[in-house]
Design a protein around this ligand. Structure first.
Ligand code: IPM
Ligand code: MG
Length: 345
């Protein structure tokens, strides 16, 4: 059965890295007889330009019926003061497709270790995944802005917490069998519920250890001892902050993929970084985060484990050969980096 992949190249470096990701996909698909077709749709600033909305109706319809979605990057200074911003498209597609589980792996590449802001001994053995709840909490509660007062409502149901906990525990079963649940239980009611549900779900996974951390102390541990984490699960806003904190550990944002899953619908895969308008159109962007997002898609949406590993190994090998884009200390162009990865497949 031919799989349909909707591609949302977006803005800035988005189209350049999407092209790189699709080249690698094509090469891997040939080697593994993976049968797919792609449908490109406007999204983000590109959506505003053609349809007046960052998530045009036609893009949403295509995404809903896709087998998987690849998203490159959105955002442009052009819309800084505009009434609709590209980022609203991101929040809208998450909500519309019910993409409640955001998975952000943090892995250190040997070849890039020296770029990490942490001392080598602190970065040793760091390999964890941030599981961020993505469609609830304060992001999607009521936002009330008055002249002299403002309120944002943080809202979670037990079921919303349950389903993200199950994702985290299932992931931990396939990894280091440890879940760190992060909350602010000493202050927030939503966090008290969060912790209760975490305890309840944990009883179904006796092989997985559950620990709780308050978000402020978790932020410290992420710098002082990140190797102790395996699977970190947290609510939307804490996850936004902690996933950015964790994303700098490998020394560059340019190599970090992510996945967002719903219950049964198509999943979305994207680099964790933005559209880097300052280097857009120059052919120098690092395509690795996009290429590794393609690998995540192959594994998690299509069960194409061999193809995913082929890509991941080729990326490792390419970095070890010293083939590096500018953001990671080299001079290689997007196109040459992509070609090197393909030849290392
Ligand atoms: C992210 C981003 C988004 C978020 C913004 C662009 C709305 O920071 O994906 O982490 O806050 O979720
Ligand atoms: Mg963020």
């Amino acid at each position: 059965m031919t799989k349909t992949i909707v591609t949302l190249a977006g803005d800035g470096i988005g189209p350049e890295i999407m092209a790189a990701g699709l080249e690698v996909l094509e090469a891997v698909a040939k080697k593994n007889n993976f049968d797919y077709t792609t449908v490109a749709k406007p999204f983000g600033g590109a959506g505003i330009d053609v349809a007046g909305h960052p998530l045009p109706e036609d893009t949403l319809e295509a995404a809903k019926t896709a087998d998987a979605i690849l998203l490159a990057a959105i955002g442009s200074p052009k819309y800084d003061n505009a009434p609709v911003r590209p980022e609203q498209g991101l929040l809208a597609i998450r909500k519309e497709l019910n993409l409640f589980a955001n998975i952000r792996p943090v892995k250190i590449f040997d070849a890039l270790k020296h770029l990490s802001p942490l001392k080598p001994e602190r970065i040793e053995g760091v390999d964890f995944v941030v599981v961020r709840e993505l469609t609830g909490g304060i992001y999607f509660g009521e936002h009330i802005l008055e002249d002299e007062k403002a309120r944002d409502i943080n809202d979670y149901s037990a079921d919303e917490i349950r389903r993200i906990m199950h994702k985290a525990f299932k992931l931990a079963q396939m990894r280091g069998k440890k879940v760190t649940s992060i909350d602010k239980q000493n202050v927030l009611a939503t966090s008290k519920l969060w912790r209760n549900v975490a305890e309840e779900v944990a009883t179904e996974y006796p092989d997985v250890t559950l620990e709780h951390q308050l978000v402020d102390s978790a932020a410290m541990i992420m710098i002082t001892n990140p190797a102790r984490f395996d699977v970190v699960v947290t609510e939307n806003l804490f996850g936004d902050i902690l996933s950015d904190e964790s994303s700098v550990l490998p020394g560059t944002l340019g190599v970090m993929p992510s996945a967002s899953h719903s219950e049964g619908g198509p999943s979305l895969y994207e680099p964790i970084h933005g559209s880097a308008p300052d280097i857009a159109g120059q052919g120098i962007a690092n395509p690795i985060s996009m290429i590794l997002s393609v690998a995540m898609m192959l594994r998690e949406s299509f069960g194409e484990i061999a193809g995913a590993e082929m890509i991941e190994n080729a990326v490792d090998k390419t970095l070890n050969q010293g083939i590096l884009t500018r953001d990671i200390g080299g001079q290689t162009s997007t196109a040459d980096m992509t070609a090197a990865i393909i030849s290392n497949l």
